[in-house]
Design a protein around this ligand. Sequence first.
Ligand code: NAP
Ligand code: GFB
Length: 324
Amino acid sequence: MSVRVLVTGGTGLVGQGIKYVIDTEPANSPFGKHDGEEWFFIGSSEADLKDAAQTKKLFEKYKPTHVIHLAAFVGGLFINMQRKLDFLRDNILINDNVLHNAHEFKCKKVISCLSTCVYPDKVEYPLDETKIHLGLPHESNFGYAHAKRLVDIQNRAYKDQYGDNFTSAIPTNVFGPYDNYDLQSAHVLPALIHKCYLAQKNKTPFIVWGSGKPLRQFIYSRDLAKLFIWQLRNYDDVEPLILSVGEDEEVSIKEAADAVVKAMGFTGEYKFDTTKADGQFRKPASNKKLMGLIKDTGFKFTPFEQALQESVDWFLQNYDKART
Ligand code: NAP
Ligand code: GFB
């Protein structure tokens, strides 16, 4: 039976991580391409998934049996604060079109993507899969967070009414090659990599925004990719699954900045612009459920310093083609 996997958002950070793993892991290994599988990595140039007709045409073209649905309007804290309606509306449109067509085309399985930032800002830690809807998300990204939470509701409704095998993943903050390094819309690590590069090159100050005190968990895109591939092949529960490093891997933004300085070999000083927002103080996610499920796969997270070095090296070698 042929398996045709459509990866929406396939040209982005996470999508390219999955493509890297599928292309480089040994065939028929736990994270490699299996016999009879075809993988399609698509971006918005093939179809604007906000548009129902274009989405339908895409499904007609690829006739996917499985979908890893990553496509989204994505951005860091600061663009989220500026464009809450766009994050809400664009992602609702994209998600409804993709899920509706996956149902119409009788896809065997869809994994969609939430994010640990959808969690309530005031909730008992650690965050686990049962707490998504137990309160309002942080004000800074309530548009994006509600659009993403709705995916969980949509999945349950498709399952309830039609028995569709739709589920979701909840990654924590992701970084890696092919990230978005645009200084206004990027997440913190790619923004700091880009800003540190410019400071080194132009001998200008390297400014980290906020106080540096908030805490984050960071997952390498190529590790996350393996977890998505595992989830596609092994997890058939409508309940979302957190895909994150452990709670003990939380680092402060200052520690992240120090790690970027080290990986870049930056020799200047950096300082904090505390007039800029800190956003959510922390969102510690538990990966207990995941680790219990994948204990026999031999999966190991890449150490943060190594993953960051690989990401910095990719950026320096691909500056001209990177999204800056
Ligand atoms: P990204 O690098 O910005 O990539 C976004 C992808 O979505 C790109 O392939 C983009 O296509 C596609 N896309 C955006 N708008 C589209 C549209 N209207 N129609 C069709 N395709 C569209 O984002 P990412 O970081 O890989 O995020 C992938 C998924 O992971 C998202 O669902 C995001 O919410 C989730 N996530 C990300 C993080 C993180 O820290 N990055 C954390 C948690 C969850 P183009 O290349 O053509 O623009
Ligand atoms: O990755 P980030 O933008 O988003 O991280 P969140 C924001 C944190 O990094 C704040 C600090 O504490 C910022 O003050 N920071 C320091 C910077 N310098 C910079 C910089 O140059 N750029 C950026 N962006 N931050 C996002 C959600 O929250 O998490 C999104 O808003 C998404 O919706 C993402 O889900 C995964 O981690 O705060």
